[in-house]
Design a protein around this ligand. Structure first.
Ligand code: HEM
Length: 253
């Protein structure tokens, strides 16, 4: 099991680097570069560059998710890292199963929320309140042990991000890129959907990476506090905001 865990962890991080590296290329490099091209260059460059980048992007996302779930299975569900053995209320209770459902099905609440509420600030505020509720639930209803509660918040984010890649961004790009190749204006709704979901993924990625590495800092972070990860999420969003600001100022020669 230890060897298998090392293998899954290694593959998980390689796939994660491919995925998130390309996400940052799209959001911090390409978003500033693409508007500098004239129509002819766009027709030539985009159909050659983007399908290649999107190939590694979407398969990176798929393998990160699959290897992440394999790690969940062997580190948490198989090795009983889920619950504190000294907590008499902890175990595979209805509350624990309900919080597993929140982890893997929360993506549909997110998708419905951002499809229905068109004001982004309102949708983000509702999403943040739901996140606080989920964190309270992981600790008090699921009785998840600290390491499990943090990684399940990361899994919730990662599942939303992988869903965005495969079911929102990639299907939109499959229509946008051929339109550009034919010299036509792509559907504005698809362009805005793909751009928005890619931006969501960028904002989710920085807090997600905290949850992935937090096992090493468990001793220095507040344990079993529902407010702690939402505070980290807010700090992460501030970091992403500054990265976007910097990206818009980096110039070509
Ligand atoms: C897509 C959904 C994801 C799931 C379900 C997932 C799940 C996991 C799990 C269960 C672990 C083991 C944690 C532990 O032993 O406490 C882990 C570790 C890790 N994950 Fe993810 N992960 C996901 C996405 C990502 C992404 C996008 C990255 C970014 C590169 C990432 C980077 C890492 C790293 C660096 C570790 C190693 C932590 C360590 O051993 O120090 N993960 N992940």
């Amino acid at each position: 099991m230890e060897d298998l865990q090392a293998l899954f962890r290694w593959s998980h991080i390689i796939a994660g680097i491919i995925w998130i590296g390309l996400l940052y290329f799209f959001n911090f490099v390409n978003s500033a570069f693409a508007p500098t091209m004239d129509a002819d260059s766009k027709k030539k460059v985009i159909p050659e560059l983007l399908p290649r980048a999107l190939y590694w992007f979407r398969w990176g996302a798929a393998w990160t998710w699959v290897t992440g779930v394999l790690l969940l299975l062997i580190v948490f569900y198989h090795q009983q890292q889920m619950f504190d053995p000294n907590n008499p209320d902890a175990g595979w209770t209805t509350g624990a199963f309900a919080m597993l459902a929140v982890t893997f099905l929360g993506v549909f609440v997110y998708d419905t929320l951002f499809n229905m509420v068109k004001n982004t600030q309102v949708a983000v505020a509702i999403g943040f309140i739901l996140l606080v509720g989920a964190n309270y639930g992981f600790i008090h209803w699921g009785n998840f042990e600290y390491r499990a509660f943090v990684i399940h918040t990361g899994t919730l984010f990662g599942t939303i991000m992988a869903f965005n890649v495969w079911f929102r961004i990639w299907p939109a790009q499959q229509k946008i890129i051929p339109a550009i190749k034919e010299g036509k204006a792509p559907d504005a709704d698809l362009v805005s959907l793909a751009g928005l979901r890619s931006k969501h993924n960028t904002y989710l990625s920085v807090p997600l990476i905290w949850t992935m590495i937090n096992v090493h800092h468990a001793g220095t972070t507040p344990q079993n506090e529902w407010w702690y990860l939402p505070v980290i999420v807010l700090i992460g969003w501030g970091v992403v905001y500054l990265l976007y600001k910097k990206a818009s100022k980096v110039k070509g020669f």
